[in-house]
Design a protein around this ligand. Structure first.
Ligand SMILES: NC(=O)c1ccc[n+]([C@@H]2O[C@H](COP(=O)([O-])OP(=O)(O)OC[C@H]3O[C@@H](n4cnc5c(N)ncnc54)[C@H](O)[C@@H]3O)[C@@H](O)[C@H]2O)c1
Length: 418
């Protein structure tokens, strides 16, 4: 049984109002105004069988916030408003943006906590000048409180839609909340901006999802803080495009006991995300998040003859003419009966943000549902949406899309509305 009804409005805060953020906001406004359908969103279009052989819409089974009740805001060091962000990213056309221009123009991001050492390709201009990490965290906490008060919001969630930061690894400053707070006070250069947002959100009892590969939530200090404050979290990296295809195809090949010798994935991409990822330090963060999926699905230790020698390579190339219309090629070298080789070629001409926006929406609505049902800490069941899902017990995540869907549906049925 769901413990509380979503009677009031839900605030969604987006650090990062670029291609994904603006496509999410414009898409929700478009759906609200009858200008389009929220395709790709399970929360809006999915159905689940509650056990009686009659699948029902998820929206009827659990108490989700309605699209009409969402209020957006966020932070960005460059974007002046959501309309400009949508026009610059070039994802949606005039047929959607013109009708929504007034509303989109009114969504003006707050000044960001930004540090160019973490995203060298961007030159932030709308940046807080607080003079230190601790003051930055306090400024974000104030922003969240002001947003709540201005819109009279009982419930707020945060979805990181900001840039991919330079690669970094967990260290002793992330071991505990106390150690992280000491690092904030000491202005430790190992604290990334996304971690300051996560800290501020959790201290404000705001659930957080991380749509980027950043080291933001998968840290002992953030898990400790989320658990102690009773707040759900889910990271990391939206599972769109090529990784989505990989986690659809690989379980099928494994189910038929077909061998895989190599999987070469390459992309061309021309949006701002692609530009940021053109820096090797930022690409490294993305690469690690993308590489993990095959091993968990194929379990080479159990089937060394089929998957023991698999070469998995991932490349992303920045190519401006394409904008947000990414092209992802996969060459998969497989083998079958008596070891005879075969090849599969996938050429996915996708629109990155069109695939990411419904994920961001579902994560926000489902985290809000989890919060209302008293579920704190890492939400394993949201791994369906993520390239590198965080797990509550630190175990290897299950990347099989179909296992992930079952886990999500099972969890939703436990919170079935009466
Ligand atoms: N587009 C996709 O399909 C997709 C898929 C998976 C993951 N992602 C991840 O989602 C994130 C957003 O992708 P995008 O395509 O919208 O990129 P984008 O470059 O269009 O937008 C990112 C925005 O974040 C802002 N930003 C950077 N640092 C910030 C900070 N410290 N605080 C607030 N804002 C900050 C930038 O100014 C920019 O406007 C990236 O990390 C990307 O890797 C995107």
């Amino acid at each position: 049984m769901s413990s509380s009804q979503p009677s009031s409005r839900l605030g969604i805060l987006l650090p990062g109002l670029g291609a994904v953020g603006s496509t999410l906001i414009a898409g929700v406004l478009a759906a609200r105004n009858g200008l389009g359908s929220p395709i790709g969103s399970l929360s809006q279009l999915g159905r689940v069988d509650p056990g009686d052989g009659h699948p029902r819409p998820i929206r009827e089974l659990v108490d989700l916030a309605s699209l009409d009740d969402i209020v957006f805001s966020g932070w960005d060091p460059i974007t002046p408003n959501a309309l400009e962000a949508a026009r610059t990213s070039g994802v949606l056309g005039a047929e959607h943006l013109d009708a929504l221009s007034g509303e989109l123009e009114g969504i003006i991001p707050m000044d960001a906590v930004f540090d160019q050492t973490w995203v060298s390709r961007l030159d932030g201009v709308r940046v807080k000048s607080t003079g230190g990490h601790w003051a930055s965290a306090e400024a974000l906490i104030d922003d969240i409180a002001r947003f709540r008060a201005e819109h009279d919001l009982e419930r707020v969630v945060m979805v990181w839609c900001g840039s991919t930061e330079a690669f970094s690894e967990p260290c002793e400053i992330h071991d505990t909340v106390a150690a992280f707070e000491a690092a904030l006070r000491a202005d430790d250069p190992r604290v990334a901006p996304s971690q300051i947002y996560a800290y501020a959100a959790l201290q404000s009892d705001v659930p957080v999802a991380n749509g980027s590969p950043n080291l933001m939530l998968d840290l002992p200090c953030m898990v400790e803080l989320a658990e102690s404050r009773g707040v759900p979290i889910a990271g990391r990296d939206f599972k769109t495009g090529q990784t989505l295809m990989k986690t659809i195809l690989a379980p099928g090949l494994r189910a038929r006991m077909l061998g895989i010798r190599g999987w070469y994935s390459t992309n061309i991409l021309g949006n701002r995300d692609g530009y940021v990822l053109d820096d090797p330090a930022n690409f490294r963060t993305k690469e690690l998040s993308k590489l993990g999926v095959l091993e968990s699905i194929l379990e080479p230790d159990e089937h060394p003859d089929l998957y023991g020698e698999l070469d998995h390579v991932v490349r992303i190339n920045y190519y401006p003419p394409r904008g947000d219309d990414k092209e992802g090629w996969d060459n998969i070298d497989i083998f079958g009966w008596l070891g005879y080789p075969m090849q599969i070629k996938v050429d996915f001409l996708c629109r990155d943000s069109i695939l990411a926006a419904p994920i961001a929406l579902d994560l926000a609505l489902f985290l809000d549902l989890a919060h209302r049902n008293g579920s704190a800490g890492v939400q394993d069941w949201l791994g369906f949406y993520l390239k590198a899902p965080q797990t509550a017990d630190g175990s290897e995540p299950d990347h099989d899309l179909f296992h992930q869907l079952t886990a999500l549906e099972t969890q939703l049925l436990q919170w079935r509305a009466g």
